[in-house]
Every structure is written in structure tokens, then in C-alpha cells.
Design a protein around this ligand. Sequence first.
Ligand code: MSP
Length: 497
Amino acid sequence: MKYFFTTPIFYPNDKPHLGTAYTLIIADFFKRYYSLHHNSVILTTGTDEHGKKIYDTAINKNITPQEHVDGQRKNFLILKEQLNLQWDYFVYTSNPDHIKRAQDIWMKIFDKGLIYKGFYKGWYSQKDEQYFKLSELLDGKAPTGHEVQLIQEECYFFKLKSFKDKIIDHYENNKYTIEPQWRIKELINNLIHNDIEDLCISRQKSKLPWGISVPNDDNHVMYVWFDALTNYITILKYGSQDFLMDYWQNSYHIIGKDILYFHGIIWPAILMALDLPWFQQLIVHGWLTINNEKMSKSLGNVVNPCTLCQQLRPDYLKYFLLREIPLSSDYNFSKDLIIQRINEELADKIGNLVNRVVTMIIKYNHGIIPNGSDNINDFIEYDGILMENLVDERNINGYIQNILSMAGQLNKYIENSSPWKKDIDINHRNQILYNGSLGIYKLAQLLYPVTPEFSQNILITLNCNNFFESIGNKSINYQGVLIKKITLIDDNIVELV
Ligand code: MSP
């Protein structure tokens, strides 16, 4: 089966922060999980490089916007290595290929009579890159608290309003379209109670020169969100014979809750205007906060994932974020909690178990995994369908908790069957050793989307090349303790030796 997963494309003005890493780590989980189960998965991420914020910053730095974004993009590209991620394509919207395809998309919608020229009067928040009506402002500011400015200018409108009923209808009949599903109600209420208006999708070039030129009017550039949303199909070569429709038909957007309106209302309308099928699902996550406040440069509480990963293995950060945070919740980040989770769970429950099994095989069977009869359910409650369902329900949290409980059961099984007993029958002991190896091999497979490096190291230890081999007769390739405990020293995370 083919899958297409995406993250939002990030504004490159600011450096990536832990929220950025969180989105990417969730996406990496799905990419690895579905790839491991013999699917072909494309995962994309990237940078959203147009708009007023980018333009103003470049002018202040006395460089061109292109120079500015070319420099800033690197801060995001390095995350692939630093966080050990597996995305396939990095989209950036100042790329000529994206620009050309976005312009073709514009023309296609224009030619269908769904874009018209008019006059816009309303408020624009540069920080949110979003238009607001007077009735939506709170104390003269955007609902997000950001400053707004009055915009009165000629612009092109997209006939968003004409899609309202179809959008409501789709959500009412396809509850799977948003996870968590309760957010559908939020969107439908928004559509019903806030009179939806046609969307202004251009700015005058004289006021904002940095953007994709409107192909049939050189005085205008496209509204940054119109340009950005199309990235999800321009990267699949939309508009050409080579369009990867089979991936698009099974597409999943991972987004933060703050951008649900754009993805849940504007994007489906654009897709319908292009006669394209809807995405399959929006996977919506909450916010990471520090001391219960949103991470932001102005508050000075930004956690830089690169700095964090200099102290902490990417596996540990991934385990912590995916294990700890239910997808729909906001979460207050703290280093103390990382220490606790890694030490008590990843190190004590899983890492120790791996070490215990491996050292027993070295001690009792000269480092050779004995052959045995293959029935994992004789000693742990492993249910492959249940695990698959948890992933399909986007319950990564529950998926990891199940792994932990399997590790607990395996530990108990070893304890109870005591292979170290002197008078134990050798065949029986070999079966216990085999079961232990099979158990940790299974745990490595299940953990691969969460802690890929640790899982690979278990494979190396068991002398296996992949997660679907038979393990009997392999000779152990001992790597030492795979998960080291950590501690905090002067607010830095340090591995204990
Ligand atoms: N450029 C737009 C997205 C266009 S997609 C067609 C944008 N960029 S952003 O850089 O502001 O945000 C990108 C993603 O990061 C969003 O999903 C947002 O929710 C997420 N996060 C930003 N800060 C966050 C936290 N503190 N915590 C978790 N995710 C957060 O919006």
C-alpha cells in the first residue's frame, strides 16, 4: 500500500524549536511504522518561505529575501541528521518548481471561475499571516493576541463560501477525516456560526513584493497560505503526467491545532476546486509549553532541539515525547520528566531486559541463541492487530504503553521460569533462552518507529539484518549496555557511565 505523510512547512524566520521537533518526530514515527510493515511511504516536510514577516526581516538585515531564506532553511535541514529523521522530500516554496506548479494551480482555479477580483477591507495579522473580520478581534487584536493592521486594497478572492455545505457534508459523513475526532465539531461550529466569507488570496506587489507572482496579474502576489498549502501536491508533481495520484489518494497531514482552520476548511476547498480527492486525514497534535506558556522567542523560553540533542540521544527525545504526550493534549515540557521516563522505563524496564537476556545466552549457551518452538503468546500477550489498530487510531501513547507492558511480562516470565536454576532441564532452559530472545527481537521491531537506533542495536546484538528473520542459531554480538541512564547536572542532561 502507498502512504503519503506530511508535516506543515515551517516558517524559516525563526530557528526550529522543540515544537518543530515534536511535529517531525510524530511524522517520523508514522513513516517508519508503515515502511516497516512493507508499505511504500513518502514523508515530506519543508519551509514556507514567502510572506510579509520574511520580507520585513530580510529588509532589516539588509539582504534579499531569497538570501535570507536560503540561509535560514539550513537550520531545518540539519534536523534530519541531528534528530535521526527519515523524511523523503524537503519542500521549500521559493523553489522554481513549486512556484511554477502553484501558478498553474492558480490558473486552473481561475479558469473555473472560482477566483475573482474585488476589494478587501479588513484586518491582517502579520504574525499569524491571517485575515480577520472586525467581529473576530478581541480588544483590537487578533484572537491569538497578535497586532493587526487595517488592509484596504484590491485583491483576488477565492470563492471559499461556495464550498461551505460540501465541507460540512464531508465531515459529517467521514468522521475519520480528523483525529482526534472531536475537533470536527469545532470546525463545523466554526463554519456554521461564523459567517464564512470568500478568502482574499493575493496582496499587491507594491505593498509586498516577496511572494509568488499571480500568473495573470503581475501587480499581485499570492497570499502566503494559498501558496503554502499547495506544497502538499506540488511536491507530488501535480499538474503533470507524473502526478503521484496513488500517494495523494492516501494522504495524511500532521499539523498543530493552531493551523486546523487552514487545513480543515481552506485546503479542502482548494482541493475540491481542483477536482482532487480530499486528504484522508488531518492528524492534529497539541502544543508543547514551558512553565505552561507557549514557547516563543519573545518570551525567551524556546528549547532548541539541536542543543537538546547534543545532550540527549535522539532516541531518548523521541521516546519521551511520543510516550508522554497524548496526541490531542498540550504538554508542559520539563527536563526532570525526561530523566524519570528514560531511567524508569527505557533503561530499567526495556534496556535491562535486553541486557539480561543477552548475558544469559552468553553465560548458558556460549553466546548462541538456541532453537526453540516459536510461540510468542506462550509467554507475553502480543496482539499484532491491536498494535496496528492503536497506530491507525493515532494512539502512539497507547502503543508504547503496550510495549512497556510486554517488556514487564517478559521480565516476569524470565523471573518465574528461572533459567539459572542448577537442576533445570537443558532443553527447557534453551526454550526459555529462545523465548527471551524472541521477546526482545519483537520488542525491537515494535520500538523501531520510536527508538530506531536502539532497535537497530538490538538487531546487531542478535546478529540479525532485519526484523523478520528466524533468530535460532545466531551468535550473540554483545554491544554492552544499550540504554544508559541519565541525570541532570546544572540543567544539562548527562549520561551516566
Ligand atoms: N507555515 C505555516 C504552516 C503552513 S503548512 C501548509 C506555519 N508554520 S509554523 O512554523 O508557524 O508552524 C509549523 C508547525 O509547528 C505547526 O503545526 C504548529 O502547530 C507547530 N508548532 C509551533 N509551535 C509549537 C509548539 N510550541 N508546540 C507544538 N507544535 C507547535 O504555521
